[in-house]
Design a protein around this ligand. Structure first.
Ligand SMILES: [Zn+2]
Length: 413
């Protein structure tokens, strides 16, 4: 049986001259089989042999886990069409000279980078980090290709801090496809209204017209930009952010109360409350019997915390209920009145938020749009942040996110 190494390598236009199968690597010496090249000046066939060109080292897909290196001999040809007879070195469209590898191998590297760090891939593949970064920059564009989208329907606007302590914000603009998977549209520097507005304006008109809803945090910079560029879109305050607001209010109350209890209770009594933080944070229906007992004990010591906790759960229930926009507003206003009647102050600033954003918050009940897909994106961003050296710039963040979301399809073998 004759086995063709060319067939195994699956590279058209390659002629293998020598093959060396070592323990550590497979070395192939080869040349481009054609006897001409495309003139770099006129684009026509240059057929007159001029000289040997350089030999290029190209990494290719491994065979039986052994890395494959192709040493490709090239030739220079002179153009007889151009008057000054310029010469051009042969080049195959199946390799990426800058990355020193075949395009098939480059694709496999890009797939490896999905969900992984460049440093990890560099180590596993024993390849230079700079080559990987170069591939990422050449193969993944720095912004969304609007031509790939036919409609947007929902948009998500979210600000993310790249540094601990709420610094270095970027704005993440996203959408979701028909299957609910996130689509990254942009990572913008900062969170200024003008920046967001300019981005929204960069969406082609026919796509802009398809935006029905925008799920956003309660931040004027975002909502005003949306109102100006997408006046027909319904703005929905993101339920996760609303919940964050009132849950944080209870956390504050818990801190004060625990502080007071520490002073009032005997040390062993106070120690009996260990674990209440987690029990308080979880949703009531998810609690175990022990956690319920623990909360009972806590609430006996602190009736005020019981009241706050009940109010928090009651508010969550409102969001869980199938309200109309109007009945939701009535339920929320009843809740607000109840909070005020208790004299509890921990919800004070949240009450103001509710008042200011009532329209956008109750818009949630019209279609129950949540930005679940944004949460998924945020988790990816967290991982990317952890894996980056230093702070990723918005463009890098966009590329990494895009690759994580689309890489396996875009660079399929
Ligand atoms: Zn020419």
């Amino acid at each position: 049986m004759t086995v063709s190494i060319e067939k195994l390598l699956n590279i058209g236009g390659l002629e293998v001259e020598d093959l060396e199968i070592g323990e550590q690597r497979i070395t192939i010496r080869a040349k481009i089989s054609s006897n001409f090249t495309k003139c770099h000046k006129c684009g026509k066939k240059a057929t007159e042999y001029y000289s040997d060109g350089e030999t290029v080292e190209l990494r290719h897909l491994p065979i039986c886990e052994r890395p494959v290196y192709i040493y490709l001999r090239t030739k220079r040809y002179r153009c007889q069409n151009c008057e000054d007879g310029p010469t051009t070195t042969q080049h195959g469209d199946w390799y990426d000279l800058a990355a020193h590898c075949t395009k098939a191998y480059a694709k496999s590297l890009l797939r490896e980078m999905v969900g992984s760090t460049l440093a990890e891939v560099a180590r596993k593949q024993e390849i230079n980090y700079g080559i990987l970064r170069g591939l990422l920059e050449r193969e993944v564009s720095e912004g969304v290709d609007w031509r790939e989208l036919t409609q947007l329907r929902v948009l998500g606007l979210d600000e993310i801090s790249l540094l601990k302590g709420h610094q270095d914000f970027v704005t993440v603009v996203s959408s979701r496809d028909d299957l609910g998977r996130p689509v990254i549209l942009g990572v913008l520097e900062g969170r200024e209204k003008e920046t967001v507005k300019a981005f929204l304006q960069s969406i082609p008109e026919h796509l802009r017209a398809t935006v029905e809803q925008v799920c956003t945090e309660m931040y004027k910079g975002f909502t005003n930009a949306v109102a100006e560029v997408l006046p027909a879109a319904r703005v929905v305050a993101d339920r996760f952010h609303v919940a964050k607001g009132y849950r944080a209010a209870l956390d504050e109350l818990r801190k004060t109360e625990m502080h007071n209890l520490k002073a009032a209770l005997k040390p062993d009594e106070y120690a009996g409350l260990k674990g209440v933080i987690w029990a308080l944070r979880r949703n009531h229906q998810d609690l175990t019997d022990e956690e319920l007992q623990l909360l009972d004990l806590l609430f006996e010591c602190s009736p005020v915390l019981r009241r706050g906790y009940q109010l928090r759960e009651k508010l969550t229930d409102i969001f869980e209920t199938a309200h109309t926009k109007q009945s939701a507003e009535r339920a929320l206003r009843r809740w607000m009145a109840e909070v005020r009647s208790t004299g509890l102050t921990c919800f004070d600033s949240f009450l103001i938020t509710l008042e200011n954003w009532m329209d956008q918050i109750t818009n949630y009940f019209l279609s129950r749009l949540t930005s679940g897909w944004v949460e998924g994106l945020n988790n990816k961003i967290k991982v990317i942040k952890r894996r980056c050296y230093g702070i990723p710039n918005p463009v890098t963040l966009f590329r990494r996110l895009w690759l994580d979301l689309n890489g396996l399809d875009a660079f399929a073998a």
